[in-house]
Design a protein around this ligand. Structure first.
Ligand code: NAD
Length: 483
């Protein structure tokens, strides 16, 4: 059985204790590899390596850092098929999605930040004839990066790339549920000539390896992507230590459809927004609101489109929906389907576990794409993050009403709205409390824009210059120029 290894000081090593966790293939429910169950000792070793590498890496010219990160991007592209297959097996997502979204975006992250640091500028504030103030941006030291399982390599590199590009060294922990592509990345970093200790990858559980990263006194920056409950715990630990913390957390995103929107496009794109990656994307539009005159026909078309989604073996090219990531997560999603019934919802399609698509997948974690109507907007199913192939549809009658519905959860990550009325689009976008609002589109990502959530969806913004600001420390120099 394949053994995943930690990547510490440029070496691939077992955990200090030798303990391992089982790594399951979600499509089959079988253990297919072993992951180091790392603890504080492994994190200490990784931090020692990162500390040792920091002076040289932080002084390495940006052009050289850029060259190495772009080389890693090239190697990801070279190994796209192998990485996509690994991500599909590890996560349960369709191979076609891993190939078209996850892995290409990981390469893009490295190239984007690898080149962004070649184009940074520093501010200068002249004090008339008296003095010049200029601001340098210095790498902060050792960054701790902790990432989730839903877009494993994509979200791992989204934080690792800017941290390294800015001259920090990194101790990173991918999700213990989907560790494989980060492990394969370790080998590519070695091939690309990344110096030992610059990036260290410690595998293991959140409560042990993750918590050890968060509380380590030499790690002064924490970039976390994951659930809101975990984010709260991390904030509680990090705050008294005065760490800089970025939190990208959960979502319960509204998808608002006005009656004048193009009905064919809205059905197609709302389906993608609801069910892409089995609904396991923090930006999924899991609450659909449709203006009254269009409601009945939208529901009918949307439900018949959802029924055509093929739940299948993730390895098959015509599979639309793969397996959910774990048995525990499948059970959580199924418990919300029961709750929806208890709360008075009508299940229009789906509503339970999906039949295994073939013999190989007999033990897999498959759930039917599910559409629910007739739920009160403020019920738990409409307020809590389910993070699965489950969408609710609710009618509305006015702009004011739908803005209230959209803002009626603790989350504020993203929203979509669909209309041909330009003035209304701007007006409603302005009133929705979320970090991103998409108009007539979904998940159209420009890596230069600030990305992040409001309310319980997170703290801080990343992407583009925001990420460079996050991973650097401003230092002001005031030079008196008057005699
Ligand atoms: P999670 O919070 O359970 O785990 C995320 C990571 O944190 C994992 O690596 C885990 O091992 C680690 N962890 C867990 N407990 C920890 C602790 N006490 N200290 C340190 N680390 C700890 O989240 P998940 O289930 O892996 O991911 C799904 C969640 O992530 C969803 O809520 C989703 O919305 C969110 N998410 C948010 C974004 C975003 O950009 N806002 C992107 C993707 C996923």
């Amino acid at each position: 059985m394949q053994r995943i290894l930690n990547y510490i000081n440029g070496q691939l090593v077992e955990s200090a204790s030798g303990a391992c966790l089982d790594n399951f293939e979600p499509a089959t429910g079988k253990v297919y590899s072993l992951v180091p169950d790392s603890n504080e000792t492994d994190v200490d070793r990784a931090v020692a390596a990162a500390q040792c590498a920091f002076p040289e890496w932080s002084r390495t010219p940006a052009a050289k850092r850029s060259q190495i990160l772009c080389r890693v991007a090239e190697l990801i592209e070279r190994d796209l098929e192998r990485l996509a297959l690994a991500e599909c097996v590890d996560n349960g997502k369709p191979l076609t999605l891993a190939r078209s979204l996850d892995i290409p975006r990981a390469a893009t992250n490295l190239r984007f930040f690898g080149t962004a640091v070649l184009h940074t500028a520093s501010e200068c504030h002249p004090m008339d004839e008296t003095a010049l103030n200029y601001t340098l941006r210095k790498p902060r030291g050792i960054a701790g990066v902790i990432s989730p399982w839903n877009l494993p390599l994509y979200l791992f590199t989204w934080k690792v790339a800017p941290a390294l590009a800015c001259g920090n060294t990194v101790v990173a922990k991918p999700s213990e549920i989907t560790p494989m592509t980060a492990f394969l990345l370790s080998e590519l970093c070695r091939q690309a000539g990344l110096p030992p200790g610059v990036l260290n990858i410690v595998h293991g559980r959140g409560q042990t390896a993750g918590a050890a990263i968060v509380r380590h006194p030499r790690i002064n920056t924490i970039a976390f992507t994951g659930g809101t409950v975990t984010g709260r715990e991390i904030a509680r630990t990090a705050a008294p230590m005065f760490k800089k913390v970025g939190l990208e957390l959960g979502g319960k995103n509204p998808n608002i459809i006005f009656a004048d929107a193009d009905s064919e496009v809205t059905v197609r794109e709302s389906l993608r927004a609801a069910f892409a990656n089995q609904g396991q994307i923090c930006l999924c539009g899991s609450r659909v609101f449709v203006e009254r005159p269009a409601y009945e026909s939208f529901v009918e078309r949307f439900v018949s489109a959802a029924r055509t989604l093929r739940v299948g073996d993730p390895l098959e090219p015509d599979t639309d929906q793969g397996a959910l990531v774990s048995a525990a997560h499948r059970d959580k999603v199924l418990s919300y389907l029961q709750l929806a019934r208890d709360e008075g919802g009508t299940i229009r399609c789906g509503g339970g576990p999906a039949a295994p698509p073939n013999d190989r997948c007999r033990g897999g974690y498959f759930v039917e794409p599910t559409v629910i109507t007739d739920l009160p907007v403020d019920c738990r199913v409409n307020r809590e993050e389910i993070f699965g192939p489950v969408v609710t549809i609710t009618p509305f009658t006015s702009e004011d009403e739908v803005v209230e519905y959209a803002n009626g959860t603790d989350y504020g990550l993203s929203a979509s709205l669909w209309t041909r009325d330009v003035a209304r689009a701007h007006r409603v976008a302005d009133r929705i409390n979320s970090g991103t609002v998409w108009v007539n589109c979904w998940l159209l990502r420009d890596l230069r824009v600030p990305f992040g959530g409001m309310k319980s969806s997170g703290v801080g913004r990343e992407g583009g210059q925001e990420a460079i600001r996050f991973f650097t420390e401003p230092k002001n120099v005031c030079v008196r120029v008057a005699e």
